[in-house]
Design a protein around this ligand. Structure first.
Ligand SMILES: O=C(O)C(=O)C[C@]1(C(=O)O)C=C[C@@H](O)C=C1
Length: 370
């Protein structure tokens, strides 16, 4: 035994002796993984040269979806399929960045769930561009300052994000992807305690989602709605009288400590995001198509509008209405259907919808990932 070594050190030394051969095996495998990763990366560089010759898009969501589905299906374990997908998403992100690093605009500041959605969809090897509003995300992407934009569409508690729906109606961009992330809120401060806290800050939606918990635990502390949860976290990092409600991702960004995790009233709270861009992905084998429709204001019009879907055996997965406000029609309908616009069943169904509708806008077809 080494002089001065306590029992814990002795255990570590004994364990290390047993671990040595196992760690040598891990080292040997890591060397192989590293070699394979770089072989993969060199091929991605070749793909990049081919794409550059024809000015083809670097990001191919349909191909990435196929790779992720395939590794999950072929995964023999013990690694979890979802964890294997996370690893491969980052591998593809890094390979893609060797071709070109894509810029993705999102509703900032850093640390919001929108930023988390960017990394979930594109991996971390991207340029994430924080924008001040949803309008700004669309503008930056339309103007070409960003290749893609990630915008919130709907929260499972609070419903549709109306500004996004309205901008989808006007934009020249397409939807090229969709994803959903769990929204878990934490109460956080710089110190990890609530002493001296006079205000609890968060985005109004987050305050609403935690209302029951706050009423029960901190009924006497003022609540202040701010531009985003990320902004609340930034404020809390600089002011000990402020506590923030935000995701832990935001807390980590601003060095906050968790006073209490999972303070949202609904444990299943989720937000769905759309990826918008100029790209129109090809079929991936399992896709979804989004469109906006309107019908003349007469009885039975909606029913007959949607009849072609049933006739062609196409399932509708979402149906949302928005008042048209200025137009001649009463409502715009935001409809999602299963399949790609180029699929054999879907193409004739869309043609018939277009024929019947007073207004028709195809927002895009993209891989189904939810
Ligand atoms: O297959 C391609 O088109 C590639 O560029 C390769 C690759 C990958 O790493 O697998 C990278 C980026 C694309 O979005 C899709 C896949």
């Amino acid at each position: 035994m080494r002089r001065g070594a306590g029992p814990a050190t002795v255990i570590t030394i004994m364990t290390d002796d047993k671990l040595k051969p196992l760690r040598e095996q891990i080292d040997a495998i890591d060397a192989q993984i590293l070699d394979l990763l770089n072989r993969r990366a060199r091929i991605a560089q070749e793909v990049g040269h081919v794409k550059a010759e024809t000015n083809a898009p670097v990001f191919r969501p349909e191909r990435e979806a196929q790779v992720l589905r395939s590794v999950a299906e072929r995964n023999p374990g013990p690694l979890l399929a979802a964890d294997v997908q996370t690893i491969f998403r980052e591998v593809m992100s890094s390979c893609r960045a060797l071709e070109r690093r894509v810029t993705v605009a999102f509703l900032g500041p850093q640390g919001t769930f929108s930023e988390q959605a960017v990394f979930q969809q594109f991996g971390h090897a991207v340029e994430a561009l924080a924008c001040a509003s949803i309008d700004e995300v669309f503008r930056a992407t339309e103007a070409g300052s960003a290749d893609f934009g990630v915008v919130p569409m709907e929260n499972s508690n609070e419903g549709a994000v109306n500004r996004t729906l309205d901008l989808l109606l006007q934009t020249t961009l397409s939807i090229s992807g969709e994803l959903s992330i769990p929204v878990h809120h934490s109460l956080m401060t710089a110190s990890g305690a609530m002493d001296g806290v006079q205000r609890i800050c968060a985005h109004s939606q987050a305050l609403a989602q935690c209302q029951g918990w706050l009423n029960q635990h901190y009924p006497n502390i003022d609540r202040l709605a701010v531009a985003s949860n990320g902004e609340a976290a930034r404020m809390a990092s600089q002011d000990p009288s402020v506590a923030a409600i935000a995701g832990e991702f935001a807390g980590q960004r601003y060095g906050l400590r968790v006073v209490q995790g999972h303070v949202q009233d609904d444990p299943h709270n989720r937000t769905r995001f759309a990826v918008v861009g100029r790209l129109q992905p090809g079929p991936s084998g399992k896709d979804q198509t989004s469109l906006i429709l309107a019908v003349p204001n007469r009885a039975g019009a909606v029913h007959s509008l949607l009849a072609p879907l049933a006739q062609h055996g196409v399932s509708m997965t979402r149906f949302e209405s928005r008042p048209a406000r200025l137009g001649t029609w009463e409502y715009y309908f935001y409809v999602d259907i299963e399949g790609h616009a180029l699929d054999d069943k879907v193409a004739p169904a869309l043609a018939a919808l277009k024929e019947n509708a007073a207004f028709y806008k195809l927002l895009g077809s993209y891989p189904f990932t939810l």
